[in-house]
Structures are given as C-alpha cells and as structure tokens.
Design a protein around this ligand. Structure first.
Ligand code: SAH
Length: 220
C-alpha cells in the first residue's frame, strides 16, 4: 500500500464527511446507494496534499493541467441521474480527471471504462485507483469524443466536460434503454442533459445548470 492511503486529514474528517453527506441529502441526493458510495470513497486522496483539508467541502478543486475535481454535489447528481431505474453493468466515462467520479461509478457498477485526453492524469489515476483496490476499471488515454467502441454498447455514458453538441459517436455507443448524462453549452453556461436511448430514438431532458471545463478534441 502506498504512503498516500495513510495520509491523515485531521480529527474533524469524520464529522466533515458526515456534514457533506447531510448537505447532499438536503440538496436532493436521496439515493442511498449513491450516498453510500460518496461515504466510502476518500476524496482527500484525489487531490493534492495541500488541499486535502478542503476535500469534504462541496466545491470543485484544482488538480493541475487547468482541470478540476468535480464538486461532490455534481458527481452525486450525475451518478444519481444515471443510476435511477437502470441496470448499469458497463459504464463509459469521458474525462477521467482525478478519478474521483470513476471511483464512485466503480463502487456501483460491474465495470467502468474511462477515457482521459491528458496522459499524465491518465497515468496518475490508473496508479491511484489500483492502489485503492479498484480492479473493475479500464483506462484509456485518448479522445473521449470517439468513445471507446471496442467495448460498446454501454448501459450508461457520463461525460465530465462540456460540448456545444451531443457527440454522435457517443450516442451510437449507448445501448437501447441506456442513459447518458453530459453538460451541453459554452464556457460559462451549460445544462446537464439526460438522454435515454429508446427503440425509436433518443429522449432528452434538462436536469439543471452546471459549470464544467470544456471537452477538447485530441489527446496530449
Ligand atoms: N469528474 C472528474 C473531473 C473531470 S474534469 C473528477 O471528479 O475528477 C474533466 C476532464 O475531462 C479533464 O481531466 C479533461 O482533461 C478531460 N477531457 C476534456 N476533453 C476530453 C476528451 N475529448 N476526451 C477525454 N477527456 C477529456
């Protein structure tokens, strides 16, 4: 086990973690399995040590490369939106980032496939989640706009970066009956959309306003 897993975050960590769960519940995250996943995944191990004491505040935090670990509420909301009413055996995530959302999904599903365009984040997360004991995740360094067709179709697809339009390649990799959540819009104003694939086509609904980093094409 790596030193990181033993990193202390002070006497208040249990209380601050409980407070976060209460806050999420109050904000409408009522799915017990989602709350339990948030309780179990140690968010302080997904940020730089200097920020660990703020890891259980309901805020996004920088993870380097101009990227952020998503706000816990947004991770919980996206997970709950995907999860309700769907059997999720295999989930595709676009934008691994810190791997926090990946870990939450991996506690709730059989298999998670995650794609990240920034090589150093991809490598760092692969090591981090392996050290934390996750064995049901596949990692790809690549452009998530392409999806990951070798393992398609997916029960669910989650994108953690915003585009102006829903990428066709991702829609094509969704199972009939499957769900996709993603932020759609420009740099400032975005809507979280829920898309469900039916035998006739795609149904779409707005979930709420969100603020994500942009989905960029190509890998670096
Ligand atoms: N949910 C993540 C946050 C992800 S931030 C967490 O909690 O840590 C969004 C991530 O999407 C960034 O790491 C960014 O590099 C990545 N990204 C942006 N465009 C992408 C693309 N086309 N393919 C794959 N990853 C992309």
């Amino acid at each position: 086990m790596r030193r990181e897993t033993h990193r202390g975050i002070g006497m208040t960590s249990e209380r601050t973690r409980e407070r976060l769960l209460e806050r999420l519940f109050g904000a409408g995250i009522t799915d017990g399995k989602v709350l339990e996943a948030i309780r179990r995944v140690p968010r302080h191990l997904f940020v730089d040590e200097a920020l660990a004491s703020r890891a259980y505040e309901d805020i996004a935090l920088p993870i380097g490369h101009g990227q952020t670990i998503s706000q816990p509420y947004v991770v919980a909301l996206m997970t709950q939106t995907l999860y309700s009413g769907t059997q999720m055996d295999r989930v595709l995530e676009i934008g691994t980032g810190s791997g926090y959302q990946t870990a939450i999904l991996a506690t709730l599903t059989d298999e998670v496939l995650t794609v990240e365009r920034i090589l150093s984040l991809h490598r760092q997360v692969r090591n981090r989640l392996y050290d934390l004991g996750y064995r049901n995740i596949k990692y790809r360094h690549g452009d998530g706009l392409e999806g990951w067709s070798e393992h398609a179709p997916y029960d669910a697809i989650l994108a953690a970066a915003a585009t102006n339009e829903v990428p066709d390649r991702l829609l094509a990799q969704l199972k009939i009956g499957g769900r996709m959540v993603l932020p759609i819009g420009g740099r400032k104003l975005q809507k979280l959309l829920l898309i469900e694939r039916t035998s006739e086509g795609f149904d779409q609904q707005d979930v709420e306003s969100v603020n994500f980093v942009p989905l960029l094409s190509g890998k670096v």
